[in-house]
Ligand binder design. Sequence first.
Ligand SMILES: Cc1cc2nc3c(=O)[nH]c(=O)nc-3n(C[C@H](O)[C@H](O)[C@H](O)COP(=O)(O)OP(=O)(O)OC[C@H]3O[C@@H](n4cnc5c(N)ncnc54)[C@H](O)[C@@H]3O)c2cc1C
Length: 492
Amino acid sequence: MNISFVGAGVGSLYAALLLTKRNPSLHITIYEKEARVGGRLNYVEFENGAKVDEGPTIVLLPSKLKQQLIEAGLSEDEVELLEVDPLYRLRYQDGTSFYKYRDIERQADEIERTFGEGDAFRRYMSQKKEEYQIGFNTFLDRSYASKTELFEPKLLLLLMRLKAYESAHGNMKRFFEDERLRVAYSLQTLYIGGNPYATPSLYGLIPYREQEEGVWYVKGGYFSLATTMENELKRRGVRFVMNATVNRVHVTDGVANGVTVNDEYVPYDAVIVNGDFPLMERLVDGVTPKAYEPSSGTLLLYFTVKGELDLPIHQFDLPNDFEGSMRTIFEDGKLSEYPAMYTFNPSRMDETLAPDGTSVLYVLVPVPRKLEREDIEAQGTIDHLVGRIEVLLPDFRERVIEMKVRTPMDAERFGLFEGGSFGIAPKLSQSAAFKPQARPFSKIERLYAVGASVHPCGGVPIVMIGSQLLVKKMEEEMGAIHRDDTRSVSSM
Ligand SMILES: Cc1cc2nc3c(=O)[nH]c(=O)nc-3n(C[C@H](O)[C@H](O)[C@H](O)COP(=O)(O)OP(=O)(O)OC[C@H]3O[C@@H](n4cnc5c(N)ncnc54)[C@H](O)[C@@H]3O)c2cc1C
């Protein structure tokens, strides 16, 4: 059986690992329009040879990730996971700052010291523990055959119990009095491109899990996970075709039977699309594309600098009026004057990224989509952000060797739907059964999908859960394909 993947993002790479582990006789071809695998899980390279992660930096769900790698036949020592503790520092414009620690009692003390709400934090952790188990098993780790499944009374009751009708930030009002704490435990919806004031509290379980399992780091950079997967797939005989754009997915009589790649038709028994789903849908014969709402855009600055940087590995630098800043970005579609800023200083724990005597720094800021560098420069945003780094590192500007910038329009040109960094927006009408599934069209057989805009959600280990659901679905259906040889393109 010949199977092709459109795109070499982590969703494809991991699904191909699972498929080759379980069905070694499969012939798999992965088409990737770029020269490198990994998609968003990639790196930026500087002239001095330094490298820094281009997209993902925070390894969440480390135990799940380890389990996933083992399930796909990779040994644990192929990917070295290092714990980052404290998880990160939160700095507020008013001068307050506090750390998140994995140890619950240490965290409660830190919150008591800073906000006088240590007990509220303990209550948060015990209530969210219960909610997480329900949320994970019921809504994340399963596929949906139809939208109506979500209306089963049992699921509706669970959604009510999880208060899915509240926003992630609104839900924090049940726990914390101080607005800065509410923000500290809801801003994580931004990890998947959602406004904490509008994203359902179901996604607000991310900060709970982050606190419980901690934040981790892949030695060599998160991007090295993609290279590890690629090398293993090559060892298993998977064919990678790089610089190869798939322009069409062919469907005949309700069955996907091949792709057009670089203007040439190539037959396949099954096709899995991994590019951003709203754009992939447009390639499929006979499908009328649906309207989707994209996630937020991001402005990314990458630096290589002289010397070490006295900054925590992860840091959030937040405005006093966080709510106003979110409104400006998500509702008014404008750049915020004092945006939330995330910095990542991996050189602090990984000397392999930059030549001796230099470091790398990554800066991410949520911004509206559709912005070009000129729009951002016209508002002085890059200068403003560098100025904020200089509050902590006064000579930062002079130490910069090289800076690279990535805008929402760069993301759109790369192939992210409308420049949204994280797939389709995390809102109820685009979640769970309402999200494209591993088998996205009931009327098209042998066409499958995986990736950040496909159920369950964006984020590396979560996309990999999507790969697991995809492989399960394919295996259920592949039995039928084997029995019905008349449908096999190899017999055409
Ligand atoms: C700035 C940023 C920060 C992030 N931070 C984190 C984080 O800290 N932690 C975390 O877990 N996650 C994070 N994420 C999310 C995570 O990176 C994604 O959810 C995940 O990598 C998406 O994988 P995917 O399988 O959807 O593939 P993608 O990364 O979308 O890759 C799809 C691939 O398909 C290719 N392709 C598209 N169209 C075609 C075509 N027609 N023909 C051939 N090839 C095609 C593309 O070139 C691409 O390589 C972040 C993302 C971004 C952008």
